[in-house]
Design a protein around this ligand. Structure first.
Ligand SMILES: Cc1cc2nc3c(=O)[nH]c(=O)nc-3n(C[C@H](O)[C@H](O)[C@H](O)COP(=O)(O)O)c2cc1C
Length: 178
């Protein structure tokens, strides 16, 4: 089978592609995006990150709200993006809940999973990043990109930074640099 399948386009017209690598026998790299969002800012960043990752050939992207993501989802991916608003100097409660629910079962089974973080914050964001990175070391996940911290309302620049983050993770997985 040599035909190249193309899934329906995402919102901005960037297609989710099923790559030549997949149809020639190499499974696609699986990017999981786990995020929480209360008023929609982090969700917009997650969508942008998904678009960026989807633009890379040979990648499958799964986007889940933190409350719905399971340990099986975590064990079934090659790269992970974690997105949260900063709440009270910390990650959102739902992101913490995701860690609480998956940590024991996933610890030692994720093999230095490449990951990166994006945060939407009113005026800071550093606390959320710091605490996610602290927990991530326990699984362990391996940080492969600088975090994106979007302060204030979502802008074209923060969407572009998130899109780039998604594409960077996806490209690194495809080219085996992580
Ligand atoms: C309960 C609550 C606590 C917050 N705490 C912080 C904070 O500690 N630092 C900060 O920079 N922003 C804080 N914010 C602002 C949010 O991080 C910001 O509005 C963010 O864009 C919300 O993202 P969301 O729309 O994805 O929920 C807080 C907002 C709420 C509702």
């Amino acid at each position: 089978m040599t035909s190249k399948k193309t899934a329906p386009a995402l919102r901005d017209g960037c297609a989710v592609r099923v790559s030549v690598a997949e149809v020639s026998g190499h499974p696609p790299k699986r990017v999981l995006i786990v995020y929480h969002s209360q008023s929609g800012h982090t969700e917009q960043l997650a969508e942008a990150a998904a678009r960026g990752a989807s633009c890379e050939e040979g990648v499958r992207v799964k986007v889940l709200r933190a409350g719905r993501a399971t340990v099986e989802d975590l064990l079934d991916c090659d790269g992970l993006l974690l997105g949260t608003p900063e709440n009270f100097g910390y990650m959102s409660g739902m992101m913490k809940d995701f860690f609480d629910r998956t940590y024991d079962a996933a610890r030692g089974r994720v093999g230095n999973l490449p990951y990166a973080v994006f945060v939407s914050a009113g005026n800071d964001g550093s606390g959320a990043v710091r605490e996610i990175e602290r927990i991530a070391r326990g699984y362990p996940f391996k940080r492969v990109a600088e975090p994106v911290i979007a302060v204030g309302p979502v802008t074209e620049a923060s969407l572009e930074a998130s899109r780039e983050l998604g594409q960077t993770l996806a490209a690194g997985l495809v080219f085996g640099v992580f």
